[in-house]
Structure formats: C-alpha cells, structure tokens
Write a protein that binds this ligand. Structure first.
Ligand code: HEM
Length: 294
C-alpha cells in the first residue's frame, strides 16, 4: 500500500505556514524535479517541521512517472468563489515560529529558480482549536484512523495513497459576527459556542453552516478531512481553509451548497466571511513523489 504524506495527519503542531507558488514561465519538468529534490536537503527536511507537497494538475502531469488519478480536477467553478490556482502548494507545520520561518525560507530558496511565491499565509492553532469566530473547528473531523480512509485514494486505484486537497483563504468580518448575540452566532454555525454541541433541529436554521455542508448520499454522510487554521493581524483576520478527500467532488458539492447554487439558500457564514483565494491540489503518496523526483 502506498504511503500518504505523513504531514497530512500529523497533530500537535501550532504554527502552520502555507506557501503557494507560481511556476516561472518556460520552466521544464527536469528543472522542477531538481528544485523539488532540494527539499530533501537536511537544511529543509531536518528542520523539525512537517512538509506536505501538493501540485496542480498540469505540474503533476508534467513530472509524475506514476499513473495519474482518474479524478484530477481543478478548483470548483462557482460564482462568487475566487480561483487563484497556481502550480505548487507547500504546507509546513511544526511547533515553533522560529523553526517554521527557517523551514519556509529554505523551501522558498530551494524552489526560487523555478517558482515564485504567490500566496503566503502564516496560521496558528487558536486556543483550543477554535476559529477566530470563537467556535471550535474540527469537532466532526474524522478521527485519525478514519481520516486516513477519508483523505486518501484507496490501494489498487491510480494515485493510490495520494489525496485531493483544497486551500481557500477566507477573510472574516469579526466585528460584525461578534456583534450578534451568542444565540444568533450559534445559529450561524449550527453548534453551541462554548462546547460545540450540535443544535437540535428546531433551533438549527436551514442556513446554518453545518446544515449546508452536511450532505448525505444514500443515508451516508460525505466526509472530508479538514486541517484549517486561523491567521490574522490587527487589520485582517480569517481562516485558511484546508481539506483533504479521496474524492474531490465532495469539495464541489459542499461549496455549491454554501453558495446556494442549486436552491438559492446561502450558508449564513458567507455573510461574515469571504473567500479571497482558492486552489485545488493533488498530494501524491511518498512513493509517487519518490518516483517523480528520482
Ligand atoms: C470561513 C470559513 C469556515 C469556517 C469559519 C468554518 C467553521 C466550521 C465550524 C466552526 C464547524 C463546526 C465544528 C466542526 O465540526 O468542525 C465546521 C464544520 C464543518 N465544515 Fe466548516 N468552516 C468554514 C468553511 C468550510 C468550507 C469551505 C467547507 C467545505 C468545502 C466546510 C466544511 C465543513 C464540514 C464538512 C464540517 C463538518 C460538518 C458536520 O459533520 O457536522 N467548512 N466548520
């Protein structure tokens, strides 16, 4: 069985750095392979951080030697949802800001000949894994063992051990959100604020976040594995939404429901937060990465 990149599942890391890179025009497969091989140098890989590598479809097609997953797709095309797709996503996460800055700088320098940084987000675990709205984010995330199955393409299929991921930077309007009563805030999410207990149906509006993103197919809930982190300064705060799935159509279906594509019902969260970036990635198994990089 192919091995998923372990950083997808590694827990307990409070500092996260997300780098999205645009590939320089005219750069070929060999140059990209050589630059990525540089990420294996001790200065980068022994730095004490997890590193997860994701590729857009074109770049993975260019460098992969393994059969491509059948479902490779781009970011969902939905009105009002921006797509800022570029070539490469590097997610570094670890235990300290100092180490993470060193690692992220080494990554950027290893890739400098072939790619430029298009987006950089430094995220963190906020209190007890809360979003900056104050709500716990991750309550219904599958636990580790189940997460592995939710997130990775099963053995025997092309791309086995790999994962599909999306990254999306959301900018919050926290003052507006916090101006709501706690009761109303709970109605926006669909859970209680203090301890993340699901509201009973009679208290949960149809526009609640969890009412929009919980989708059942033949009685079975479609799951994704989320690794989002808050980010922020005093002038801008938000969430870097990060999710993995063995089946990328789930992202599309959830986002369509959040933005009311079929029924006009919007997730109320979208009144208080706006996506400003969107990227879709294939995160190959360690073996497929090894084959590609030689
Ligand atoms: C501003 C952006 C977002 C914020 C602040 C946010 C926050 C939350 C919170 C607080 C919960 C409830 C606790 C939990 O189960 O984790 C939740 C659940 C969830 N969210 Fe989001 N979320 C955001 C965007 C998204 C997006 C873009 C998707 C899908 C594409 C999504 C999918 C889910 C799913 C699947 C659940 C679990 C629902 C359940 O099984 O009860 N979220 N989110």
């Amino acid at each position: 069985m192919a091995t998923p990149q372990p950083g997808i599942f590694a827990q307990g890391t409070r500092t996260h750095r997300h780098l999205e890179f645009a590939i320089r025009p005219g750069v070929g497969a060999d140059a990209i392979r050589a630059a990525l091989a540089g990420l294996r140098q001790p200065a980068v890989s022994a730095g004490g951080a997890n590193i997860v590598l994701g590729f857009n479809e074109a770049v993975w097609r260019m460098i992969s030697l393994d059969p491509l997953p059948t479902a490779l797709v781009g970011f969902p095309d939905i009105e009002g949802v921006p797509v800022t797709q570029c070539g490469l996503w590097v997610w570094c996460h670890g235990t300290g800001d100092d180490v993470l800055l060193d690692v992220a700088r080494s990554v950027a320098s290893a890739l400098a000949a072939v790619a430029t940084v298009q987006q950089e987000v430094t995220g963190f675990v906020y209190r007890d894994s809360r979003d900056l709205t104050g709500f716990i984010d991750g309550t219904e995330n599958p636990p580790v063992e189940a997460a592995y199955h939710v997130a990775t393409i099963p053995g025997g299929s092309p791309g086995a051990g790999g994962s599909f991921a999306i990254t999306q930077r959301w900018v919050h309007r926290l003052d507006d959100f916090h101006a709501l009563s706690i009761d109303e805030q709970e109605g926006v999410i669909g859970r209680t604020k203090a301890d993340s207990i699901e509201l009973p149906d009679e208290r949960k509006p149809a526009t609640a976040h969890i009412a929009r993103v919980v989708i059942e197919d033949d009685g079975e809930e479609l799951e994704i594995y989320r690794r989002s982190v808050p980010y922020g300064t005093v002038t801008e705060q938000g969430l870097l939404f990060v999710a993995f799935s063995a089946d990328p159509s789930r992202f599309d279906r959830m986002l369509r429901r959040m933005f009311g594509v079929a029924d006009g019902v919007h997730d109320r969260l979208t009144e208080f937060s706006t996506p400003v970036s969107g990227g879709a990635w294939f995160v190959p198994s360690l073996e497929a990465l090894g084959d590609a990089l030689g």
